[in-house]
Design a protein around this ligand. Structure first.
Ligand SMILES: [Zn+2]
Length: 144
């Protein structure tokens, strides 16, 4: 398990705070009050291998949404196992009412190969809960 050092480690999302004081409460059921916090907590959930949280925070209209959550969780776990989550870099964040976008660079490696990508993610708040709706991947760091 990747989360065996969960007690005092810095949060994988890169805020510089301890995991306990950062994304852990969200992973335990507290709802993030902004899409940016949701974004960060999803990144750290990937880093820690917590597929249930990824599923819990995915919008039903997301192309990756899958009713077979067992299979879906397996796919996420596999991705987590084969990926090193080096760093999350937030480039832009905009939130208005129930909609938000976050542009970020996910610094990842797989088999020592750099597989980092830049994505502009869209989020929607439904019944007070932020959900990851969709993402557009762009290669470079220039703003689209
Ligand atoms: Zn965090």
């Amino acid at each position: 398990m990747k989360n065996e050092h969960a007690q005092a480690m810095p949060c994988p999302c890169g805020t510089g705070k301890a995991y306990e004081a950062c994304c852990k409460p969200f992973h335990q059921g507290e709802l993030p009050d902004s899409a940016l916090k949701l974004m960060r907590s999803r990144y750290s959930a990937y880093a820690l291998g917590l597929p249930a949280y990824i599923i819990f925070t995915t919008h039903p209209q997301n192309p990756q949404f899958c009713l077979d959550t067992t299979l879906w969780a397996q796919k996420i776990s596999e991705f987590c196992t084969h990926t090193e989550f080096e760093k999350l870099e937030i480039l832009d964040f905009q939130e208005k009412d129930n909609f938000a976008t976050v542009t970020f660079v996910a610094h990842l490696t797989q088999n020592k190969k750099d597989v980092s990508f830049t994505e502009r993610s869209s989020f929607e708040k439904i019944n007070g809960k932020w959900l990851y709706k969709s993402g557009k991947i762009s290669e470079g760091r220039s703003k689209t």
